[in-house]
Ligand binder design. Structure first.
Ligand SMILES: Nc1ncnc2c1ncn2[C@@H]1O[C@H](COP(=O)(O)OP(=O)(O)OP(=O)(O)O)[C@@H](O)[C@H]1O
Length: 466
């Protein structure tokens, strides 16, 4: 997949979702490409090339996570985001940082399993339909005497008469014929609203999740499996419409068809070779020695270090090496500098990427340009109610302006402000939409001012509402 993704192509793809931040996009594209280049090297040389990690510097809400997440999606790499500060919380017991790798592996397993499920989808569907037909035309319960294993020792009078045998095969033929007919109807989609009773596994609470945070996760064991054998999953019967039962049966069949050992092996390899771990708020654990709480914060850095340097982490799927994972650390660095990080960690994050503050013009573009632009999203949502909204250019400009001003006056939360502002702007319309009926509504500058001006100009109000 990476073959066609030259740095230029990566940047172009990122441009579809993220406005501006060109130098940041370039750096991550090159870092990713270097990983691909490394994989082409001979085994000896490959082991010599230390993968370089990225340090993103920039205020909140300007696209740091978004760039990383999109990058991962682009190349189909497993991705997780963690907050470095999480590891300084009460209850932190040192090895907990390793949970980031376990979470990555979980994500990877989910991805590989999903792919595997897709591959067997067609086959699972056929099997599910076969089971539906069997449920719709069940075979008759065998009569007990004929099943009696001692039949051959019995008096010939007691044995099944040839007459009964003939009936039996007639019955079988009958069922076969009925199933054939039923299958035709099923294929035509005419039985979707019939009811069938199927067996499903009861949802038991996941013991492993329940024990997480209590320190048990650090054992890296599959507690769920261990406990699962003590408490086998209960089955229960559920009556569903054919269309719903098919989904459940398809899932059951697909699960039987995929080879979980293979999935696990592939997922571990994928996590090891392409995994991306995004460590946010790294600046909050970067403090000089003299400052208070420095010990526990430096402690977190010391704990993160071996993971970034390359180590083996025990997970419930087996041990996983972190040597070639891509780590992206990010932070605003308002109160501290990257040079406040412990030197070893600084060395592991040699690629420094600065994210710029967003301007009114950026906000304007963010509102309308990305493939998943906010305005497009709201438009699509209201369209489901038959209402078509459009925004005049002046209205979009005004929205961007308000977002920018509120950011200046209260907390600067970057592009996230656009979400709160739009929500407020369209609050009433969203509420009324179901009753308004079909129509077109143009959102003008006047409309924006009317809905937002009083709030936006009142600092106390906007702190709470926007
Ligand atoms: N340059 C941008 N272009 C398009 N959308 C953006 C941009 N910057 C931010 N956004 C949007 O704003 C939201 C927050 O962005 P993001 O999660 O990337 O913030 P961040 O810089 O990682 O901040 P934090 O460190 O607080 O997580 C996302 O929904 C994202 O889509």
């Amino acid at each position: 997949m990476l073959t066609n993704l030259t740095p230029k192509a990566i940047v172009e793809k990122l441009n579809e979702y993220i406005i501006g931040q060109q130098s940041a996009k370039k750096s991550v594209a090159v870092a990713l490409r270097n990983r691909y280049r490394r994989m082409q090297l001979t085994e000896d040389l490959k082991n010599e090339v230390v993968p370089k990690n990225i340090l993103m510097i920039g205020p909140t809400g300007v696209g740091k996570t978004e760039v990383a997440r999109r990058l991962a999606k682009l190349v189909g790499a497993p991705f997780i985001k963690v907050e470095a500060t999480k590891y300084t919380e009460v209850g932190y017991v040192g090895r907990d940082v390793e949970s980031m790798v376990r979470d990555l592996v979980e994500t990877s397993i989910r991805m590989v399993k999903e792919d595997a499920m897709k591959e067997v989808q067609a086959k699972a569907e056929t099997l599910a339909n076969k089971r539906l037909v069997e449920l719709l035309v069940p075979s008759k319960k065998k009569n007990n005497t004929s099943k009696n294993p001692f039949d051959i020792f019995m008096n010939p009078n007691q044995q099944q008469s040839s007459n009964e045998q003939a009936n039996d095969s007639e019955e079988k033929e009958n069922i076969r014929e009925q199933r054939k007919q039923m299958k035709k109807l099923l294929d035509l989609g005419e039985l979707e609203d019939r009811e069938v009773t199927i067996e499903v596994e009861e949802q038991t609470p996941n013991m492993f999740d329940m024990l997480q945070g209590s320190g048990m996760e650090q054992m890296g064991m599959n507690m769920q499996d261990a406990l699962g054998s003590l408490f086998p999953k209960k089955k229960k019967k559920r009556t569903l419409f054919v269309k719903e039962a098919r989904k459940v049966l398809r899932e059951q069949e697909a699960n039987k068809l995929i080879d979980m050992d293979q999935v696990t092996q592939q997922a571990i390899e994928k996590a090891e070779q392409t995994g991306i771990i995004f460590i946010d708020e790294i600046d909050k654990v970067a403090v000089k020695q003299e400052q208070s709480a420095a010990v526990s914060r430096e402690g977190v850095q010391r704990d993160i270090l071996p993971i970034v340097e390359g180590s083996s982490i025990v997970t419930k799927y087996g041990s996983v090496r972190t040597d070639y994972m891509l780590f992206i650390a990010a932070g605003a660095f308002h109160m501290s500098k990257p040079s406040d990080l412990i030197p070893e960690l600084q060395g592991r994050f040699p690629i420094r990427v600065e994210f710029e503050k967003l301007t009114i013009a950026d906000f304007k573009r963010i509102l309308k340009e990305p493939s998943n632009a906010l305005l497009t999203q709201y438009k699509a949502l209201l369209e489901t109610e038959g209402i078509t909204i459009s925004f005049t250019d002046e209205a979009i400009h005004r929205l961007a302006e308000i977002a920018y001003e509120v950011n200046q006056e209260t907390d600067n939360i970057g592009a996230r402000r656009l979400h709160t502002i739009l929500e407020k702007l369209l609050e009433e319309l969203s509420f009324e939409a179901s009753d308004i009926g079909v129509g077109n509504i143009e959102i003008t500058e006047h409309y924006v001012n009317e809905k937002l001006k009083t709030i936006a100009t009142n600092k106390d109000l906007s702190q709470f509402i926007l």
